[in-house]
Design a binder for this molecule. Structure first.
Ligand SMILES: [Zn+2]
Length: 197
């Protein structure tokens, strides 16, 4: 069992080689095609929730055991998202797909991940994925869900997670997420076209 240690000692590893930019993806351009399935590691729970809201199939493991994460990603064909440089090097060496993020800013991490995936259009995909558990959402009529009365009276469309039962609707929180999506889209559009990092 190789459990991950703090990556604070990894700072010097990529800096002197000048190769750190290339480490941002283990498979180069292949990531850019289609909508890939993702697997966020323990440090990226919040990033995972946002990606789900944007419609990405994003599993999350609170687990810190490398072998477990690698096995799950391989079996399910997922790209691993991690802020752990040492783990990233190991997953590259084992031929897994991964995207390394800084882990300092959620906005920067999301931008980096979406850029690496070749995503240009970002929006809230209400009714797609449960932010809490990545389960698939199903549409419900107001009478079918248990929500505050004021919400039930003012909204027509509801979605419920088939796995955990959580109910979603187009409320104020969605407005904020749409603003985040718009910000991300602007930042993605402003990146140099040839940028691979
Ligand atoms: Zn759920």
């Amino acid at each position: 069992m190789s459990s991950r240690k703090s990556s604070s000692s990894a700072k010097s590893a990529g800096a002197k080689s000048g190769k750190s930019r290339r480490l941002t993806s283990s498979s180069g351009d292949s990531i850019g095609s289609g909508r890939k399935k993702l697997l966020a590691d323990a440090m990226l729970g919040s990033v995972a929730r946002k990606l789900r809201i944007f419609g990405f199939d994003t599993a999350y493991v609170a687990h810190t055991d490398d072998d477990y994460v690698l096995k799950m990603a391989t079996e399910q064909g997922r790209i691993i998202l991690t802020a752990d440089k040492e783990f990233f090097k190991r997953l590259v060496s084992r031929g897994a797909d991964g995207i390394l993020v800084e882990g300092a800013s959620e906005l920067a991490d999301l931008e980096h991940i979406l850029a690496r995936l070749g995503v240009k259009h970002v929006d809230v995909d209400l009714g797609s994925r449960c932010a809490a558990c990545n389960g698939l959402l199903e549409q419900r009529a107001p009478a079918q869900v248990s929500v505050p009365e004021a919400v039930a009276g003012s909204k027509e469309e509801f979605y419920q997670c088939a796995d955990c039962g959580k109910v979603y609707w187009d409320g104020g929180h969605v407005k904020r997420l749409r603003a985040l999506a718009a910000t991300l889209e602007r930042r993605l559009a402003a990146r140099p076209a040839a940028s691979k990092g």
